[in-house]
Design a protein around this ligand. Structure first.
Ligand code: TXA
Ligand code: MG
Length: 337
């Protein structure tokens, strides 16, 4: 990793965007806002820059990255469209009607995409971000960028520019500040298979129902076996430094609570007085937006563990929030789910 002495934070205005594009063209990394979470961007066709992303994040090389493009017109740059069957092509055309937005599609990879981006898989994950600053950088760069979430591997994803600095200070020359992330959880990832079957590989900011409606098809579960499924699929991910325990777990020491509803009398009786409480509320869009920032605050609250409720909502963003909290609570061994 190139030694970067310090990380500069600047507004995602036209001058900031121009500098970001200049740095990316020169093979450097840039932290930037997207509508889901902040990303750590590198030029997608520059294998050395892509390698620097893995180094800065301390991310294992077997975890593939998402390529970001302006829209469906740019798909041919990264996807081998000749390998799309008519059924897969039809589904791809339907799903890209949700672009720009928080939906990532896994499709046959074009030869031009460096192997490192896809960890040797013959598929590539691609999405068109909706955030104005991310789009402006793509336009100024004139090429796709890769952008994993801008956190050190396994840690809580950043939803503010300041979180990126907390995670990667000194490892990236520039972070563009575009305000708080609109969705707060990562994109939904859908695999489009040869026969047109769609698989939900990661629940995320686009609700399952929105994908199924536009595709006119059900989303299937991921295959139980097959190629490595990547870091969003690791059992432990999105983790605070202190242990996070779901619902009925119990530990010793000062506790911090992450709740959706109000604490009940039983909660107080069972767990004692918390040193900090974050209440995300019942609106799942609002809860998703605040989730990662709330986890960071609890991590820094002086508590020695976090007791987290799971959201009750089964639709909308409920599944994405459940997924992130379940992984944040998982044992931190590197086994795959
Ligand atoms: O919202 C987002 O998608 C954010 C913003 C920054 O765009 N990015 C993001 O990237 O979440 P990252 O690196 O944190 O997550 C990448 C996910 C991993 O779970 C990985 O498994 C999956 O994408 N992925 C990438 N390529 C894949 C492939 N060829 N097949 C299956 N999954 C893939
Ligand atoms: Mg991530």
């Amino acid at each position: 990793m190139d030694a970067v002495r310090r990380t500069r934070l600047r507004a995602a205005d036209p001058a900031g965007v121009a500098e970001a594009a200049r740095l990316l063209r020169a093979g450097q990394l840039v932290g930037l806002p997207t509508e889901t979470v902040y990303g750590l961007a590198a030029h997608a066709f520059d294998a050395d820059a892509v390698l620097a992303v893995f180094d800065a994040k301390e991310r294992p090389r077997f975890d593939p990255l998402i390529v970001h493009v302006l829209g469906a017109d740019a798909l041919a740059q990264v996807v081998d469209e000749r390998r799309l069957s008519p059924a897969a092509r039809r589904q791809t055309e339907a799903l890209t009607r949700l672009w720009p937005g928080p939906l990532t599609l896994v499709l046959p990879k074009a030869a031009e995409v460096p192997e490192l981006v896809t960890s040797g898989l013959d598929t590539v994950a691609v999405r068109a971000p909706a955030h104005d600053a991310a789009r402006a950088v793509l336009r100024a760069l004139g090429a796709p960028f890769v952008a994993p979430s801008a956190n050190r591997f396994g840690r809580i994803s950043p939803t503010r520019a300041a979180h990126v600095v907390e995670e990667l200070d000194g490892r990236v020359p520039l972070v563009l500040d575009g305000g708080a992330s609109e969705h707060g959880v990562e994109s939904t990832i859908v695999g489009v298979e040869e026969d047109g079957t769609l698989r939900l590989l990661r629940p995320g900011a686009t609700p399952r129902g929105a994908v199924e409606d536009i595709a006119g098809a059900r989303l299937e579960a991921p295959r139980a076996r097959g190629p490595r499924r990547g870091p969003g699929m690791l059992a432990s991910h999105y983790a605070p430094r202190i242990p996070l325990v779901l619902e009925t777990g119990q530990r010793d020491g000062p506790v911090a609570w992450l709740l959706f509803g109000s604490p009940t009398r039983d909660d107080w009786a069972r767990y004692g007085v918390p040193v900090a409480v974050e209440r995300l509320g019942d609106d799942d869009r609002r809860a998703a937006r605040e989730l990662f920032a709330a986890l960071r605050r609890l991590d820094d609250s002086g508590a020695s563990w976090i007791l987290a409720e799971l959201p009750t909502s089964r639709g909308g963003l409920g599944p994405a929030i459940r997924d992130r909290l379940t992984r944040a609570a998982a044992d931190r061994d590197p086994s795959m789910t």
